[in-house]
Write a protein of this length. Structure first.
Length: 725
């Protein structure tokens, strides 16, 4: 018994010693296996990182620019000329998604990118029949093939499986599905369900009929053979097969499938192309903004612009009609800006692309702005304390070194109020005001506000006094920015073209061009200017916008402008020829101002225009004018002789000067009576006093108002043959 115990004890010890030795012998193998597995996994992870799936191919996409409400404006193809719009599941009919998954990959939501059951089934079928009968490609594998096209063989299939695993590790199921529906071929240069839906149905795929769902699922299986626009018989047959499959899968009833088979095939539709030039600007801005163009899965987003589709469409139709009336090669462009948000609500780069220069966005071309900058000159003069609306300023023949400006009608009015000078766009007073504030300072103020001022004469040319009359280049967009700032109390900010830009720049600091008080004074002056022919003043018309406007005409009648502010909106209109050729007689008041008023009518109708700027348009300034660029003349002072001025030298009628006489001009209480050396001056048939001197010499002219107050000037009459001249 003792021996047995001893034997048993010895035997157990040997077993334990043997098992311990075996364990120590197995441990290195186990550790080696773990290390090998770790190395394999690390190698796989490294290869996965070094060779990621080329998802960036989806970044090359078409862009769809929409209006602020999501209405499509214009679609742009990719750089290689393909229509590839990014797909978002929320914007696709759920019935299509359900049918697609059931037909193409019923276990899509559960597998890891490769469907093992489908692979086994396909392999067994191939072995049994000696050829490939059914495929095992999942939607994820098809997406990998679309991202990285390869020859159709077993090697490529293996690579697709690996790529599918990589995609599943990086993206969610919904993101993979969106990637697939963005890249799926639909024949020709169409890729993705959205591009196909626009091309064949003319709209987004958010609501699809049974026949449309079947066609969109059948087309990618053989896109070139089944194109409905080229091979309708093949397309119809493929659609019928898919409808039967959908009925078998109980997606639709057999009766619905039969009804859908009888429907006609769709034709090819054009992609949206509204707001042609505006959309191009918006696309350029969006391409420069990564946040705008790339979504969470790396797919491009649609760009939501600030444009209002209804107003844009109305403006395009109206300008095309007006340009057609003018005939020839006349073009028009216009822009509407929401002042508070600086959001461009409508933009027409040209009246029609069928007319000369119509493919050019004429709102970006620098042209002479004519007299449209005069309000901003007076605004700085108001800020400097040199003038107020009621201040008198001289409108007389003047010379500024070698520069001698003239009024449009070649006449002068003597002393006029600043408000009248601006309303009637007198040139000499504006040049006088610019000379006071300095052309360099004025040009710098425009540049600091964001306007791209192009001074004519070369890069080193300094701005001169001609700047007051349009002697520099500005674009329509620059003027729109300036007038929007005028309507916002003199605060200048850039224009916004996308809703994202509005949000980004809402809190940006504005550049102060002039004080709010000066801006309000200018608005008050401009809204009292004479309305165009055939237009009743807004104060006498119910619900009509009261427009503060200014016109401009460039040298040689090359550009006709009208710019205005009303009810929270700024509008600028340009009329001319794209090649800059003159149009004699086409002034801003005659050619552009009526268009401006009509555009405001459409703004009022389309946008129900109301805003903070409306208050500024009805404000009245009750203030005492200051002594500024000339003396202020109260009503109880003697009359003022405007022409001829004191000590003027007048050229008498001669062979070289056929002027029959001199029209005398003055300002005072009531009708003025005129006398020369005590003799009354006769009136012409129009009632104007015309003095015809009897010969050369010195004369005393006097003007007497209805109160008997008299003003005299001394003048000299000479002729070119007078040796003393």
């Amino acid at each position: 018994m003792t021996k047995a115990k001893t034997f048993s004890s010895t035997s157990d010890g040997k077993d334990r010693q043997t098992s311990g030795r075996l364990a120590w012998q197995k441990r290195p193998r186990l550790l080696g296996g773990i290390v090998c597995l770790a190395l394999v996994l690390a190698s796989i992870a490294a290869l996965d990182l070094l060779f990621p799936p080329p998802i960036e191919r989806a970044f090359s996409r078409s862009m769809l620019v929409t209006d602020r409400s999501g209405i499509p404006l214009r679609a742009f193809p990719t750089e290689e000329g393909r229509w590839r719009l990014p797909a978002e599941l929320d914007a696709i009919d759920p019935a299509f998604i359900e049918a697609l998954i059931l037909v193409e990959d019923e276990r899509f939501r559960s597998h890891i990118g490769v469907d093992g059951l489908a692979v086994v089934r396909a392999a067994m079928s191939a072995l049994h029949r000696g050829r490939i009968v059914s495929g095992a490609s999942t939607i994820t594998m098809q997406t990998a093939r679309l991202l990285e096209p390869r020859p159709r063989n077993f090697g490529s299939k293996f690579v697709e499986m690996l790529r599918a695993l990589q995609l599943e590790r990086r993206l969610s199921k919904d993101e993979i599905l969106e990637l697939y529906l963005t890249l799926t071929p639909y024949g020709g240069n169409l890729e993705g369900i959205r591009a196909a839906s626009w091309a064949y149905f003319g709209r987004e795929p958010d609501r699809l009929a049974d026949d449309q769902i079947a066609l969109l699922i059948a087309l990618p299986q053989s896109p070139e053979v089944r194109r409905p626009d080229l091979r309708p018989e093949h397309a119809k047959a493929a659609r019928a097969l898919l409808l039967d499959r959908m009925a078998k899968l109980e997606v639709i009833s057999p009766a619905r499938a039969e009804d859908a088979k009888s429907l006609p095939l769709p034709g090819r539709h054009a992609f949206p192309a509204q707001g042609w030039h505006a959309s191009a600007l918006i696309q350029s801005a969006a391409l420069a903004d990564t946040k705008t163009r790339v979504g969470p899965a790396g797919l491009a987003r649609d760009v939501s612009s600030t444009i209002d589709a209804g107003l844009q469409s109305a403006l395009e139709a109206y300008l095309a009609e007006e340009a057609e009336k003018l005939g020839g090669q006349v073009q028009m462009s216009a822009i509407v800006v929401d002042i508070e948000r600086r959001a461009v609500r409508a933009h027409v780069g040209s009246a029609s692309r069928k007319r000369a220069g119509g493919w050019i966005d004429l709102t970006q071309i620098a042209r002479s702005p004519g007299s449209t900058l005069k309000p901003f000159i007076y605004g700085l003069a108001f800020d400097d304390g040199d003038a107020l609306p009621g201040t008198f300023i001289e409108d007389l023949p003047s010379r500024f070194n070698s520069y001698r400006p003239e009024n449009f009608d070649r006449s002068f009015r003597g002393q006029v109020r600043v408000s009248d000078a601006l309303q009637h766009s007198l040139n000499v007073p504006a040049v006088l005001a610019l000379d006071r504030i300095g052309p360099e300072r004025f040009a710098a103020a425009l540049t600091l506000s964001g306007a791209d001022v192009q001074v004519y004469g070369g890069a080193d040319k300094e701005p001169g006094l001609a700047l007051a009359l349009g002697g520099a280049g500005l674009s329509l967009q620059d003027l729109a920015m300036l007038y929007a700032g005028l309507g916002d109390g003199g605060r200048m900010k850039p224009l916004n073209w996308t809703e994202a830009s509005v949000e980004q720049h809402q809190a940006d600091k504005a550049h102060r061009f002039m004080s709010p008080e000066s801006a309000d004074r200018l608005i008050d002056i401009l809204k009292s200017a004479p309305t165009p022919a055939g237009r009743m003043p807004a104060s006498l018309t119910r619900d009509a916008p009261e427009i503060a406007f200014k016109t401009g005409t460039s040298y040689g009648f090359r550009d006709a402008w009208a710019a205005g502010v009303a009810r929270g909106y700024a509008v600028v209109v340009w009329v001319g020829r794209a090649d800059g050729a003159p149009r004699p007689g086409a002034t801003g008041r005659q050619a552009a101002l009526p268009v401006l008023f009509s555009v405001f009518d459409k703004v009022n109708t389309s946008l129900n225009a109301q805003g903070e700027a409306a208050g500024r348009l009805i404000a009245k300034q009750n203030e005492t004018p200051r002594f500024a660029m000339t003396r202020f003349a109260p009503d109880d002072l003697p009359p003022t002789i405007l022409f001829p001025p004191e000590n003027a030298i007048l050229l008498q009628k001669s062979a070289n000067n056929p002027n029959p006489g001199f029209v005398l001009s003055g300002r005072g209480q009531g009708e003025l009576r005129w006398f020369v050396d005590g003799e009354p001056v006769a009136l012409d048939p129009a009632g104007a006093p015309v003095w015809e001197p009897v010969g050369p010499g010195f004369f005393k002219l006097s003007a007497v108002d209805e109160n008997g107050q008299e003003t005299r000037v001394s003048v000299r009459v000479s002729n070119v043959t007078d040796p003393q001249y």
